[in-house]
Structures are given as C-alpha cells and as structure tokens.
Write a protein that binds this ligand. Structure first.
Ligand SMILES: Cc1cc2nc3c(=O)[nH]c(=O)nc-3n(C[C@H](O)[C@H](O)[C@H](O)COP(=O)(O)OP(=O)(O)OC[C@H]3O[C@@H](n4cnc5c(N)ncnc54)[C@H](O)[C@@H]3O)c2cc1C
Length: 288
C-alpha cells in the first residue's frame, strides 16, 4: 500500500512532461513503475508528483537511423528481447533484456527506467556500456546526448540533471564482422544480476580481434567497462588462452561489492567466468 499522498499527471508530449516536472520540487517520472512503485510501497520514495510518461507514444519506438539503432526510453524489456533488429545487430542487448526478471516485469519495465534508476544489479546497463551507446535526454534547458560511460555514476546515481527525461538510447550498429553476447549469474530469488557481462568483439579478415568492448554489471557500485580485459584481447586471435588471459583481467582495478549473497572474492570469480563465457559466444557469432 502507498500511504503518502501524491498528485499525478499524464502528459502526451515530452514538452508537457518536462513542464509538469517543473511544477514540483519533488516530482518523479513514472515509466513502467516496476522499480518506483515498489519503492513507494515501502516508503523509500515519497514523491509529491508523479509524471506518467506512458502516454507519449513516440518513446516506445525502436528504429534504425543514421547508422544507429535507436531505442525509445519506453521500449519494454520484452519488446527489446523480441525485436529482430536488436537481436541481429545488438544480440547482447536482446539477451540482457530477455534475462530481466520474469515475463510480467519484462512486459512493463522499460529500458529508460532501468538506466535512469541505475540499480547496480540491473542487466541493461552492461550492453549499453559495451555498445558505447548514447543516452539522449530532454530537460528544461533542452536536449543533451550523454555517452554511456559518463551516464552511470554510483549506485542509483546518474548524470541526469533535475527534471531531465531519458527519451532514447542510441546504439551505433557494430561495423564489420562483429558479434556480441550477454552472460549472467542471476540472484536465485530476485533474478537480478549478481554479475552480468556483455561482450562485443569484431574480427578482421585474417581472424585477429580488431575491437573488444566489455560491460559488467552487478559486481560493483555501478556498471563498468573492463578495459584491461579489452586491451588484452585486441590483436590476439581469440584462442582459449587469449580469452582466458583477458577474462582474468576483467575485474582489475574495480572494488567488488560484498553482501549476504556473494562475497567480493566470489563476485570477482563470477566476473572472470562470465567474461570468458560472453567473449566465447560473441566471438563465435563474429566468426559465423
Ligand atoms: C520482481 C522484479 C524483478 C526484477 N528483476 C530484474 C532483473 O532481473 N534485472 C533488471 O535489470 N531489472 C529487474 N527489475 C527491475 C525492472 O527492470 C524495472 O522495470 C526497471 O529497473 C525500471 O524500469 P521502469 O520502467 O519500471 O521504471 P520506473 O519504476 O517507472 O522508474 C524507475 C526510476 O527511473 C526514473 N525514470 C523512469 N523512466 C525515466 C525516464 N525515461 N527518464 C528519466 N527518469 C526515468 C523514475 O523516476 C524512477 O526514479 C525487476 C523488478 C521487479 C519488480
């Protein structure tokens, strides 16, 4: 039960939504409601005004534009998992969306909500980082494009400014012989990622690895790029020893979380194992 009183607005345009947010000092965007409503029921969030963006139809679109795949902020996890465009070009994103919670959560929860909420155990931040996506936001001062690497700050903290709304996520379509994959170790009860790894690799015609990008979620206070592992892989032929050596560096320089479910040592081990698995599947696809 939600015990505190709040007002509710349901604008039909982005402009109206930004203006509505400006009417209260304690307003919150409502998207799929699958993170915000539970927090309100627990009394952990008590916004004075909810601005429901669910009626802004344009925010649901998934389209190709100028060499990018553009995913509207209101695209649900389910629509992302089911999209053939995403499945083909951004396989790791489709796999991460398919790994979110259960069918009900996937049918209501949105990518914009997931990124804005910045739960350290959320799945979609990992492929968003690995694909070097850009998060487009609109607020009282106009439009901004925020690179994924600058978007995620700490636990539940992003680069979003006051009253800014995530409107779309722009994923550059990977060029050349590229493949990607997402490997997850889910929490046995909640299904959230204890560790999730998205890997993207591109190979040259001679079989050597041209590009490697690895996004990790669940393991630390925020999602991160495993840059030491990426560097270790580029220029190799991606054989078992090269992948193993790269995966061993995936947690390098990052403080692992520790909680009742997984110690920091266990999380580090999971990061290495799931980096190896994601890289193996991504390479198979890049070569296929
Ligand atoms: C039982 C259960 C299991 C789950 N399991 C998983 C899981 O395994 N993996 C996983 O990743 N997630 C999981 N989730 C979370 C789920 O994916 C949420 O749907 C998602 O994190 C938030 O999306 P939403 O659209 O529901 O956002 P909301 O709950 O509506 O909003 C969340 C926050 O983001 C803000 N916000 C939302 N949209 C925007 C926007 N466009 N611009 C600016 N701010 C915005 C809101 O103001 C709020 O602060 C689970 C949730 C539940 C209830």
């Amino acid at each position: 039960m939600i015990t505190h009183p709040f007002t509710y607005a349901a604008p039909t345009t982005i402009d109206e939504a930004v203006k509505a947010l400006g009417r209260s000092r304690d307003a919150k965007v409502l998207a799929g409601g699958h993170s915000l409503i539970p927090l309100m029921k627990l009394g952990l969030a008590e916004p004075e005004l909810l601005v429901d963006i669910g009626r802004i139809a344009s925010l649901r679109e998934i389209k190709s534009e100028d060499g990018a795949i553009v995913v509207g902020a209101l695209a649900t996890h389910r629509s992302i998992a089911d999209s053939s465009t995403i499945g083909k070009a951004l396989t790791a994103l489709a796999e991460a969306a398919a790994a979110v919670g259960d069918l009900q959560v996937r049918s209501r929860g949105t990518i914009g909500g997931s990124l804005a909420h910045a739960d350290p155990a959320a799945d979609e931040p990992a492929p968003t980082l690995a694909f070097d996506a850009t998060i487009r936001v609109i607020g009282p001062k106009g439009r901004r494009d925020i690179p994924a690497r600058e978007f995620f700050k700490e636990t539940f903290e992003t680069a979003l400014g006051p009253n800014e709304i995530v409107v779309e996520i722009r994923f550059p379509a990977p060029a050349g012989h590229a493949g990607s994959a997402y490997a997850k170790f889910p929490h046995p009860a909640s299904g959230f990622a204890i560790v999730g790894v998205a890997a993207l690799v591109a190979v040259k015609s001679d079989g050597t690895i041209d590009r490697a990008a690895i996004g990790v979620t669940g393991a630390a206070a925020g999602p991160f790029r495993a840059t030491a592992a990426e560097r270790a892989l580029v220029g190799t032929r991606g054989d078992a020893s090269a992948i193993g050596a790269a995966a061993a560096k995936a947690a390098e320089g990052v403080t692992m979380l520790a909680d009742l479910t997984a110690s920091s040592e266990f999380r580090k081990q999971l990061v290495m194992v799931h980096t190896r698995r994601a890289l193996e599947r991504a390479l198979e696809r890049a070569r296929g």
